[in-house]
Write a protein that binds this ligand. Sequence first.
Ligand code: ZN
Length: 154
Amino acid sequence: MKFVKGEALQSWIYRNIIVNGFSDFSSVIGSDGLWHRYPYFPKEVKVEYSSIPDQELIGYLRLSGIGIKKASLLENPTLYVNEVYDVFPKSYHPVNYSKGKVTIAFCNLCIKAAIKNNGFGYIKSEWLYGSKCTIHNIELGILESTSRIDTLAG
Ligand SMILES: [Zn+2]
């Protein structure tokens, strides 16, 4: 299942875990109810990403803060490429959770519109690091617990 335009990586992974019939969201949400800054697809989850052109996929991931090339010339250039590969299923994942958490923020009106248009709600990448919805110009709501996000999955 492909991402929706503007959908956060965390939301895309979350929806694929559900569609694949799994209920372990530890690769995308922490026990503290926050998004992982660097989430990934569990290896059990089948996601068709190889059919997505590289440029589109990388552009998409960057909107969620993954694979952004560091400014420093001294930085290893393969690091940002590895960030992209680390998102997708493989047998081993280095635990990267200590690198950060992101508040699960959302716009109620956008989610309602998405459910109406797509049949499901999703989280936008612009909500990962923003505080307002740029479409409705309202403060974003905050999800306090992991259980409540189930309502977004529709
Ligand atoms: Zn909105």
